[in-house]
Every structure is written in structure tokens, then in C-alpha cells.
Design a binder for this molecule. Sequence first.
Ligand code: BTN
Length: 318
Amino acid sequence: MKEKIIELLRNTCSGTPLSGVEMSNQLGISRVAIWKHLKQLKERGYGIVATPKGYLLKGGEDLMMPLFFTKRDDRIHLFKTLSSTMDKARELAREGAPHLSVVIAEEQSMGRGRLNRTWLSGKGGLWFTIILRPDLPPPLAFQVNFAASLTLARTLKSRYELPVSVKWPNDLLLDEKKLAGLLSEMETHGDMISFVNIGIGLNVNNTPEVGEPNSISIKSALEKSICRRELLSAFLDDFEKELMVLQSLKTYSVTLMEQWKQMTSTIGKDVRIETFGDIYRGVAVDVDLTGALIIREADGVEKKIIYGDCFHHNPNPA
Ligand code: BTN
């Protein structure tokens, strides 16, 4: 019922209130019952305001609270501030949080990126970690990262017509500038995956270019803010479907990697790969079925790189 009340109140964001009588008529429950639900929703932090003409929901279009995620609300964990959604997600996963639970933070004080980099996480961005319990053996777990970056790229392309590309291993670029980064952490139990947590930092309504000149947000690209909830919901729906396909295979997915390669801007570029101890340079020639990047070094020798941070050197070849 609370979900239905929120659904009705969502329309009041534009400023036209809805009375208790109207709600009780539309939902077929008493005004007292409506009032009790509204009280509980307010206690849970929903910005419901009583006016002489009825109730209003405050917070604009970009409402991120769990009940706004229809059918997912019990798996959405929203926080104003966290050190990192990765830490909270790990804690919840160890406590048994189910598959596709999502930890979202409006801000992170110690957001982290790959290779221990800092990830700037001010207000307006979408900073979240998805807890996954895929029915896959650990050596195939990397596929969920590729599925996540591919799905996110597709969601952004289809909903917002953003010409995004994926950069090996799992970044999203727009005009060769960083739009999103993915970070994953896994725990195993015996030869089973206990959980894989995928952290996604997506620049949405923030202005990351102030601190990171080589980055971009959806807002800067579209010159308008967008609803982060709609974007996240669409992505989660698409990703859930993609995961089901992946799990049904139980082996390396040729289709996944082919589709990912169709969206990558890494292949064909001069690249520099930084790992914890080494730097490699060459032309990116392929990404194989295990997700490894194949580069051709200056002496013509091909090298297989299984992890690292990749930098494109001729970002816009003629
Ligand atoms: C990278 O490109 O290096 C990966 C960046 C990942 C950032 C996200 S934001 C949500 C989640 N929490 C973190 O601390 N990091 C990931």
C-alpha cells in the first residue's frame, strides 16, 4: 500500500497537492489508514508535507528513496553519506543480503577507484554498489563486470542517445572523457562465489570536470539534469536480464564479448597499461574470451594483459 501511496504522491512533485480523501477514494482504504501510512512514510524520511489543500511530496523529480524503486524497494539501501558503498555492500553481503541488493550513497567521503585511486564522489552523481550472487564458478566471475559495463553503455545509449563507448577493462567514455568507472570485489567460499560486488561511479548531475579535467557528466553532455532513479531502475532491469542469460550458459560467453567489443573504443588505439608494478605500451588489438587485453608492442610481439588501468594515446584518430 505504501508503494501505491508513493506512486500517487509522485505526481505532486510538480506542486499540485493530493488530499487524503482523494487518496482514500483512489486506493479504496479509509482516510485513517491513509493517514497512518503517511505518518510511517514521514518517519522513514519521505519528504511528505501537509498543506491546507492536501499532501505534497518534496524532493523534485530525482527521488532516490527505496519505495520509488518499484518492486526493488526491499533491496535498495540508500545513505546520505558513506565512506564507500563498497564497504557497506561488503558488510551487507557478509550478513546475507540477497542477489541484486543495491547500496547507494548520495556522497562518499572515501570513494575509491581501481588500483587504489581516489574516486571523487560529491552530490549529484550516482555512486552505488550492486551485490550479486551469480550462479557461476569464480573463474567466470569477470563476465559480470563486462556485462555491467556493456549494459550501462546500452542503457545510456538507448534512453539518452549518448554515444558512449566502453574502455578496457570496464570504464565508460563519452567523447573520450570518463563518464563512469566500475570496481568489483569478490569473496568465494570453497569453489563457489559467495558474492561479487560491483561498484559503479557514474557522473550524472555532478560536474566532475572541475576536479578531473578528463571526465564528463551526463548533465554536461546533455546540458540538463536527468532523473537518476529512472536511469538506475532502467539499468538494473536490463542488467538483471543480462545476468540471467550469462548464468544459463555457465561457460565463457562469446556473444557477451563480441557485443562488448562492438562498443569498445580501446581496440585499434595506442594504449598504455599501468598495473601495480609495470607499464605496458602498444596497440590494442583484441580482447579475448577471458576478458584479457591483447596488445602488440613496438617490436611486433603480442602480449596478453589480464588487469590494469588503460590509457588511450590517440583518443581521436583521423
Ligand atoms: C575506477 O574507474 O577506478 C572505478 C571507480 C568506481 C567508483 C565507484 S563509486 C561507487 C563505488 N564505491 C566506491 O568507493 N567506488 C565505486
